[in-house]
Write a protein that binds this ligand. Structure first.
Ligand SMILES: Nc1ncnc2c1ncn2[C@@H]1O[C@H](COP(=O)(O)OP(=O)(O)O)[C@@H](O)[C@H]1O
Ligand SMILES: CC(=O)OP(=O)(O)O
Ligand SMILES: [Mg+2]
Length: 396
């Protein structure tokens, strides 16, 4: 009998899922898809690993917490892969706080503790935890495992982990945690496979998606990253501001009498590419637009990305390897090219033919920095963690 794990990857702009066979040493994808509960009529679509549509369902109305959609996913899995045994559901949980350095089996108590971290990831944490609750209600005996975006950065140490605010706040958890760790873990693993000679070198991974952050890796470990206490810090994102002068926030609170709730909404939902372009949070739309403000938003995106890559290179004492990943990093050749040009002074030279063909290696022969495009795969990282936890439990 096949043992399977269902993986849910709840991000800011999508919920992706994958069903994996974990009977083999490396989890094998059986099907994957997306849950779209943003639309008035929530949708579920599942495809085979080769891209054939296996299942589509649309609900007439949203039930608020997406519970119907999760019931549809379980129903589809049981119909289609009924002979298999669903051993667990693995979840991407964006914030694990200071407590979790690796995956954990979810209990009500742990879920409540993770819920308490919602103020530190208000866009993500409720979306990550809603499926935990919905699936718990549908299948109370099903094992649910949390895999954290923050865990990969757990070893982040001062000064990189520290804010220059009074020390007493650090003791209360106000420090840099970093996110996108499941993506960085996957990409770092692929890099060590593709280019083992670079695995221990000074590497920056640029995860450029709807959310965007950088990770500086020394000998495969995260030593600096651009996101902080929350996934709001660092780079310009789809609708998030990235780093801003904290004085701007004080000004809006004190002089424009903005409420804290409105400020949070503005910083998470109305800023970034959307706020600067006034047009869209979607990089494809901005690149296709002839509006000056769309071009300005793209310029700010590449300016800030290159600036922060230089900051990460400074932490590492130089740069040997740069990897692009995430929806923009994997697909937007012009963005890679502009960031590469801005980093020419660091010796980055992108080979335009390789870049346009979206090859894995996109650096020119005379580049001082090896530049790669590596598609991320947060789902398989979660499946691997779940498989190893389940196998460890069996051995006990
Ligand atoms: N072909 C493309 N060219 C430019 N940008 C793209 C392309 N495909 C996807 N993107 C961009 O990737 C971003 C979404 O990234 P993704 O990593 O899928 O998001 P999420 O954070 O939700 O996982 C969007 O800004 C989208 O416009
Ligand atoms: C942490 C984060 O920003 O995630 P996403 O890119 O899915 O929004
Ligand atoms: Mg994502």
């Amino acid at each position: 009998m096949t043992d399977t794990v269902l993986v849910l990857n709840s991000g800011s702009s999508s919920i992706k899922f994958g069903l994996f066979d974990i009977s083999t040493a490396e989890p094998a994808l059986l099907c994957n898809g997306a849950l779209d509960e943003h639309e008035a009529k929530p949708r579920l679509a599942a495809k085979s690993p080769s891209g054939d549509m296996l299942f589509e369902a649309q609900r007439e109305a949203s039930d608020g917490d997406g519970g119907h959609l999760f019931a549809d996913v379980l129903g589809f899995i049981e119909d289609r892969f009924g002979e298999g045994r669903l051993r667990a559901v693995g979840h991407r949980i964006v914030h694990g706080g200071a407590e979790y350095s690796g995956p954990v089996v979810l209990t009500d108590d742990i879920a409540a503790r993770l819920e308490a971290l919602t103020p530190l990831a208000p866009l993500h944490q409720p979306r990550c935890l809603a499926p935990v609750r919905a699936l718990g209600a549908l299948r109370p005996a099903l094992t649910q495992i949390a895999c954290f975006d923050t865990a990969f950065h757990h070893g982040l140490a001062p000064p990189a982990s520290r804010f220059a605010i009074p020390r007493r706040y650090e003791a209360r958890g106000l420090r840099r945690y970093g996110f996108h760790g499941l993506s960085f873990e996957y990409v770092a693993g692929r890099l060590s496979h593709i280019a083992p000679e670079l695995a221990a070198r000074r590497t920056v991974i640029a995860h450029l998606g709807n959310g965007a952050s950088l990770c500086a890796l020394h000998e495969g470990r995260s030593v600096d990253t651009t996101m902080g206490l929350t996934p709001l810090d660092g780079l310009v994102m789809g609708t998030r501001c990235g780093t801003v002068d904290p004085g701007v926030l004080l000004y809006l609170l004190q002089h424009e009498r903005m409420s804290a709730g409105d400020l949070q909404h503005m910083l998470y939902h109305e800023s970034g590419l959307l706020g600067v372009s006034g047009l869209s949070a979607d990089m494809r739309t901005l690149l296709a637009s002839r509006e000056a403000a769309a071009r300005e938003a793209v310029d700010l995106f590449t300016f800030r990305a290159a600036q922060e890559i230089a900051v990460m290179a400074n932490t590492l004492g130089g740069l040997d390897c740069l990897v692009f990943t995430g929806g923009i990093g994997e697909h937007a050749k012009d963005i890679r090219s502009e960031i590469g040009e801005r980093l020419g002074w660091l010796g980055v030279r992108i080979d335009q033919t390789a870049n346009e063909a979206a090859c894995e290696r996109i650096y020119a022969a005379d580049s001082a920095v090896a530049v790669f495009v590596i598609p991320t795969n947060e789902e398989i990282t979660i499946a691997r963690h779940c498989a190893s936890m389940l196998h460890d439990r069996e051995r006990l």
